[in-house]
Design a protein around this ligand. Structure first.
Ligand code: SAH
Length: 218
């Protein structure tokens, strides 16, 4: 007889595969990215009251007026990043830690900055539970990036500034890629590739993110 816990595990794996199928239909092609999403239990990144909605393709609240991004957007941003095979990645906006967990399965090291301490604490706990040890978290205003640890082959920003924070650009390695939502009311997910002192910007698609804010919350 299947134990109750195994039963739940199997249900969630089946639901995850359905989500992956939807992402495939929505145009996500990178198989490594799809399997990272298939392997990662999104429900542990949510409060219990919302965990039954974890495998819907929708953004969900995580408290402090912040949201866990929609799986499609997580997959899309990761796919854009992975097209350049980065090994050291900087994430701004750890939030729940879900995007961090996906990246940690695909690249060598993930450095992630979050300005709200209680969110960071919970994210750290979840990453520990999943034994994703190649992640380093920092409580700070990520608008300045993480200069001591740069340059990074990849930078992913999961909150939207009006324009690219100036301090971030020099932290992108030559040939590196940044994925960032830009704009206030309407936002465009943008890819920035560094070639020497040139930064080539390409629009990806319109998105809706919470704003990148200054300062920290303890
Ligand atoms: N990647 C997250 C998305 C969280 S929403 C996830 O998968 O759950 C965006 C996050 O960015 C929020 O947690 C917010 O607190 C954080 N954030 C906003 N401005 C920031 C800043 N300047 N520095 C660091 N984190 C910031």
């Amino acid at each position: 007889m299947v134990s109750e816990l195994q039963g739940i595990g199997m249900t969630s794996r089946r639901t995850r595969m359905r989500l992956v199928q939807r992402l495939r239909e929505a145009g996500i092609k990178n198989e490594d990215v799809l399997s990272a999403l298939a392997e990662t239990p999104r429900h542990i990144f949510l409060d219990e009251a919302l965990s039954h909605r974890a495998y819907e393709d929708t953004a969900l609240p995580i408290g402090y007026q912040q949201t866990l991004s929609q799986p499609y957007i997580v997959a899309r941003m990761t796919e854009v990043l992975m097209a350049h095979s980065p090994s050291r990645v900087l994430e701004l906006g750890t939030g729940s830690g879900y995007q961090t967990a996906i990246l940690a399965q695909l690249v060598e090291e993930v450095f992630s900055v979050e300005r709200i301490k209680p969110l960071q604490d919970r994210a750290r706990e979840r990453l520990r539970t999943l034994k994703l040890r190649n992640t380093l978290l920092r409580h700070a205003d990520g608008g300045m990036g993480w200069p001591d640890k740069g340059p990074f082959d990849g930078i992913i920003v999961t909150a939207a500034p009006a324009k690219v924070p100036e301090d971030l650009l020099p932290q992108l390695a030559d040939g590196g890629v940044m994925v960032i939502p830009l704009g206030e009311h309407t936002q465009m997910l943008t890819q920035i590739i560094r070639r020497g002192d040139n930064y080539d910007m390409t629009d990806i698609e319109p998105v809706r993110f919470v704003p990148l804010l200054g300062g920290v919350v303890r």
